[in-house]
Structures are given as structure tokens and as C-alpha cells.
Design a binder for this molecule. Structure first.
Ligand code: C2E
Ligand code: CA
Ligand code: CA
Ligand code: CA
Length: 280
């Protein structure tokens, strides 16, 4: 029994060493990814439910790893947050989003683009300065840029965030609360914070299916009613079925996004989607 204990400790420490080595490798390759700009913004269309037209897109980052693998954000954003690499990555996202908006505007497309900001970014005052500068430099219409922040981020930094968002909105940009309904129970901030839209989390949209009871849609209905009475628009994310779309449309949800319409796609494919809807 004694022998076994020793070997399990050895095994455990070997695992730890492997894990930390893997993390260091990952951190190093993420660092060079930043230097070599190995990222791409994929665009996922957002449709106005009333007209069925694409009116916006969410920019979702992808990492073209030198090993040929396309790394999804969930696999490197957390590490980027821990290491601070999210700061240069976030700047790249802002610059690239502005470049995309500029290209779209030059094609005569009046499309809005939203970008995601994670907690550490929101704590970085310089980022907001950088956003302002980038919008001006690229000569994009600030009304076309939207920021997505999660509830937790807003409440943890309430005072700081209030002023930053207020400034951002005075410049004409808009603000959405992402993953709404999964974070905090306090709703009082909704009334006070300078925001424009709520994005109902995918988990609530998921509840709407052939087997669902009336009560499964209750939270969605409550969020839509509350948002509208606060003069906020509602976006539903993760819409995968016609049933979900019809439910949302019938209940006056404003905007929908999800695999039913399109997965996140590279810029050129997004432009094809825009062209496609003109010929309808
Ligand atoms: P999120 O902001 O909640 O983005 C929505 C995620 O849901 C995206 O995953 C999108 O591809 C996925 N999705 C969209 N429609 C559907 C659907 O119908 N069904 C299902 N099952 N999924 C759907 P993705 O692109 O892997 O991004 C994951 C998360 O990574 C994002 O969640 C966001 O928190 C973060 N992220 C992405 N890009 C950035 C970025 O540029 N900066 C920061 N800080 N975070 C980012
Ligand atoms: Ca988002
Ligand atoms: Ca979301
Ligand atoms: Ca999410």
C-alpha cells in the first residue's frame, strides 16, 4: 500500500508538470500569435426579426494556429485574460473591426458590428481611448460600432464602467449586455447604466423546442417585456430552429442571431450573405 501511495504522488506531480508545461507552451504560442497577428475576426449575422434582413454582425475571434488548427476563443481567451495578452489582442480586435466597418461602408453596406470585451479589458481605461482613436482614424461611423459586455463585468466595476459607457455612447457607439440572465440577480443597474440592448443568453432560447411547456418561454417573455419598458432592444442569441425564431418574432424580440441563419463566417462569406439577401 505504501508503494502505491508514493507512485500516485509521483504520478500526480508528473501530471502537474505536464499541465504547467502545456500552459507555458500555450502562453508562448499565444504571445507569438499576437506578434504575428495570427487572428481573424469571423462575422455572425444578426437579423432584424420584423424584416428578416441582416442589419448587424457580431465579430468573433479565431486563432489560426501555425499547426493548422483553427482555435476557438474559449480555448485561448481565458489564458489571454490571465496573462494580460487580452490587452494587445483586444486592440487588434478593435483595429480589425474598424477596418471591416470601413470596407463595408465603402461597399455601401449600412451594417453595424459588435465586438466582445472581457473583464480585464473593461478595467483598462486606455482601451476606451484606443477605441475612440481607432474609430476616428479609420473614419468609421461610430454609430456602427457596438460593445458587448457581460453583466458581471458591469456590476463588479459599476462606477468606473458607468463613466466609460457614458462616454462611449456620447460618441454614438452602443452597448449590449451579453449572456443576459446568467449573471446577477440585481436588475436595478439596468435602469441606471447607459446601455442600449440586452442579449438573452442561448440557454433560455434552447428551452424553446417541441417538448417545451408554456413555462419554458416565460423568462424570455419577461425579459422582452422588461427590456421594452426600459426602452432597450432585445437580441436573442443561439437561435437554431424555425420554432424558436417564430416564437421570438411573435413575442416582439427585435433581433436574432444563431445557426438557423448562419454560423460565424469569414468576411468574404459574410459579404456573400449580404449580396444574397439583395437578390431576394
Ligand atoms: P459569446 O459572446 O456569447 O458569443 C456567442 C457564441 O455562441 C459564439 O461562440 C458563437 O459562435 C456561438 N453561437 C452562435 N450562434 C449559435 C447557435 O445557434 N448555437 C450554438 N450552439 N452556438 C452559437 P464562439 O465564437 O466560440 O465564441 C465564444 C466566446 O468567446 C464568446 O461568447 C465570447 O465570450 C468570447 N469571444 C469571442 N470573440 C472574442 C473577442 O474578440 N474578444 C473577447 N474578449 N472575447 C471573445
Ligand atoms: Ca457576445
Ligand atoms: Ca453571448
Ligand atoms: Ca457566452
Amino acid at each position: 500500500a505504501k508503494k502505491k501511495a508514493v507512485s500516485s504522488i509521483e504520478f500526480y506531480s508528473k501530471e502537474l508538470i505536464d499541465a504547467s508545461r502545456k500552459r507555458i507552451d500555450m502562453e508562448n504560442s499565444l504571445r507569438s500569435a499576437v506578434e504575428n497577428q495570427e487572428f481573424e475576426l469571423f462575422l455572425q449575422p444578426m437579423l432584424d426579426l420584423a424584416s428578416g434582413k441582416i442589419i448587424k454582425a457580431e465579430a468573433l475571434i479565431r486563432w489560426h494556429h501555425p499547426n493548422g488548427y483553427l482555435v476557438p476563443p474559449d480555448e485561448f481567451i481565458p489564458l489571454a485574460e490571465q496573462t494580460g495578452l487580452i490587452i494587445p489582442i483586444g486592440k487588434w480586435v478593435v483595429t480589425e473591426a474598424c477596418a471591416i466597418l470601413k470596407r463595408l461602408a465603402e461597399k455601401g453596406e449600412e451594417i453595424k458590428l459588435s465586438i466582445n470585451l472581457s473583464p480585464r479589458q473593461v478595467n483598462d481605461r486606455q482601451l476606451f481611448e484606443f477605441i475612440k482613436e481607432s474609430v476616428t482614424k479609420a473614419q468609421v461611423n461610430p454609430h456602427h460600432l457596438e460593445l458587448e459586455l457581460t453583466e458581471g463585468v458591469l456590476i463588479d466595476n459599476y462606477d468606473k464602467v458607468y463613466y466609460l459607457l457614458d462616454e462611449v455612447r456620447k460618441l454614438g457607439m452602443s452597448v449590449s449586455i451579453d449572456d443576459f440572465g446568467t449573471g446577477y440577480s440585481s436588475l436595478s443597474y439596468l435602469q441606471k447604466l447607459p446601455i442600449d440592448r440586452l442579449k438573452i443568453d442561448r440557454s433560455f432560447i434552447n428551452e424553446i423546442n417541441e417538448n417545451s411547456q408554456d413555462s419554458d418561454g416565460a423568462i424570455i417573455l419577461a425579459v422582452i417585456a422588461m427590456a421594452h419598458s426600459l426602452k432597450l432592444e432585445v437580441i436573442a442569441e443561439g437561435v437554431e430552429t424555425v420554432l424558436q425564431r417564430d416564437f421570438l418574432k411573435l413575442n416582439n424580440c427585435n433581433i436574432a442571431q444563431g445557426y438557423l441563419f448562419s454560423r460565424p463566417v469569414p468576411y468574404d462569406e459574410f459579404c456573400d450573405l449580404l449580396e444574397g439577401q439583395k437578390n431576394k
